[in-house]
Design a protein around this ligand. Structure first.
Ligand code: GRF
Length: 224
């Protein structure tokens, strides 16, 4: 399904879910500040009241709510509260950006093909946590990040965009993570732009792009 760009003032309305520092939220807010970016951040929600990302949003004049999961009787009540807040704000696309709660099949189905996530690996490699150390332990030559539509299985779903980051011989999890994060900040706005422009269609397990972007034919690591 392709999302139609609608709502005032003609931009796709994003809801961003965070739990912490919110650097990807910042990247989305920075991108959305450009007049020609086809999406706007309508609401930021956090399950942690002290998430630094909430202050980033408020500083930019964006509505930002803390909905601490612990304040709700159970997961359905928490997810219904989030859904109400998102729908009240007219959100058309929900972007997970370091949101550290597992979402139920109900929430995932309710927002099906209107819910995306950024994950710090080249999925389907390294779903879950500690992706950078696991990439180093596996000796992969390329690591990176993925923006994907969310399905119920953790870190799965149709892939919208990926960025490959070469692994260097002397990388630590910290140095690799820092380079991947820089790539995330490029990739998330790009993926949102493609969706907001109506260029992404979900077909089965794949997200198909229309109007292919020019790409380099090959990337070697190590280079020779
Ligand atoms: C990022 O590495 C993202 O890929 C992962 O959680 C981290 C969130 O970082 N899902 P930030 O809060 O956006 O800075």
């Amino acid at each position: 399904m392709a999302l139609v760009n609608s709502g005032t003032p003609g931009k796709l309305k994003l809801g961003v879910l965070i739990s912490g520092r919110g650097s990807n939220l910042q990247a989305l807010m920075n991108a959305a500040a450009a007049p020609d970016f086809p999406a706007t951040v309508a609401l930021v929600l956090s399950n942690k009241a002290d998430a630094a990302g909430l202050e980033r949003a408020r500083g930019a004049g964006i509505p930002a709510l803390a909905l601490p999961h612990k304040d709700y009787a159970d997961k359905p009540a928490f997810e219904q509260a989030m859904t109400r807040a998102l729908e009240d704000a007219g959100v058309q696309l929900v972007c997970l950006a370091g949101f550290m709660r597992l979402l139920s099949p109900w929430f995932v189905d309710h927002w099906r093909d209107r819910l995306i996530n950024i994950h710090p690996s080249l999925l389907p490699a390294f779903p879950g946590i500690d992706t950078h150390q696991r990439a180093l332990d596996a000796g992969v030559r390329f690591h990176g990040c993925t923006v994907h539509y969310v399905r119920s299985e953790v870190d799965s779903g149709p892939i919208v965009a990926q960025a490959a980051v070469p692994v260097q011989a002397d990388d630590t999890a910290d140095t690799l993570s820092a380079r991947v994060l820089t790539a995330e900040h490029e990739l998330y706005p790009l993926a949102v732009r493609l969706i907001a422009e109506g260029r992404v269609t979900v077909e089965g397990n794949r997200a198909v792009l229309s109007g292919p972007l020019p790409l380099p034919a090959i990337a070697l690591n190590p280079t020779v």
